[in-house]
Design a binder for this molecule. Sequence first.
Ligand code: C2E
Ligand code: MG
Ligand code: MG
Ligand code: MG
Length: 298
Amino acid sequence: EAKRKGKANYEVFASHMDVHALERLKLEADLRRAIERGEFRVHYQPKLALDGFERRPEAEPPLLPPRIVGMEALVRWEHPEDGLIPPARFVPLAEETGLIVPMGRWVLEEACRRAVEWQALRPSEPPLTMSVNLSARQFEDPGLVEDVARILRETGLDPRHLTVEITESVSMKDARSAVGTLRELKSLGVCLAIDDFGTGYSSLAYLHRFPADFLKIDRSFVGGLGEGPEEKGLVPGVVGLAHTLGMKAIAEGVETAEQLARLREMGCDLAQGFYFSRPLPGEAIPALLSEYASGPRA
Ligand code: C2E
Ligand code: MG
Ligand code: MG
Ligand code: MG
């Protein structure tokens, strides 16, 4: 009986695997065509400066309204049949197949072009910055630094206005060569952010050798603000760590006014999240910028 059941289970499992393998093959073929057909889209989520961005936390708190100082580029795939697909469903396969390299190049170019366009909309304000995510596979590509340099040249974006976001796991995988690539990017003038901080295994020794400018606190910690005392204690700790290492702290995934209030109290420099705006298609950004310029929220 157990044996029969085992066999039946195996068959179910096997046919499930076939479906899986087939779906994967189709996805891979679609993904290859997506590049040629131009089916990728970039959405943009604003990064807002809190008081801490310009003031030390111990200074008097006049609590300036948060203002947009940058954007993060987030890729989507507009599949002809399945509609808009989020990166979690195709970035891993794009990494495995190496397709992430040409896709990432396209995202970078698109984002830099937009940054220049939007900077021109607010000539009297500090230039808007653009952040682009790079995954491990892109980071290992020997042509990366050259591609970044070329795209900056071609789009005319000042390298200081570009930030590259990498996760802890990317930076720790082969820390020595990662530090080398990061230094090359830094020497172009590009800024660096460590993304999803707190979800990986950074050693403090490496963290402090990393030439990063921003530490992005993972949204799982930000979501805990306003709950138990332990959760409350972690975020100020990470903000303090960022400042000790000479970096600015960015809170990801801010969804409520209460979370924002806590973050401001603890001197967090920047914030991002649905509370301010979801990621939006590029066409919607000029309106968002003027909305914030004329009557700031929060
Ligand atoms: P990430 O870089 O950590 O981006 C933040 C993710 O959190 C985004 O998901 C964003 O839409 C989402 N998010 C922002 N604010 C909130 C909030 O208040 N609440 C909640 N629940 N979520 C929020 P998205 O766009 O699905 O991207 C997921 C991940 O895919 C990114 O995480 C990044 O690692 C990767 N990714 C996105 N675009 C690219 C790209 O162009 N290249 C590469 N290599 N990876 C990318
Ligand atoms: Mg990111
Ligand atoms: Mg992140
Ligand atoms: Mg994250």
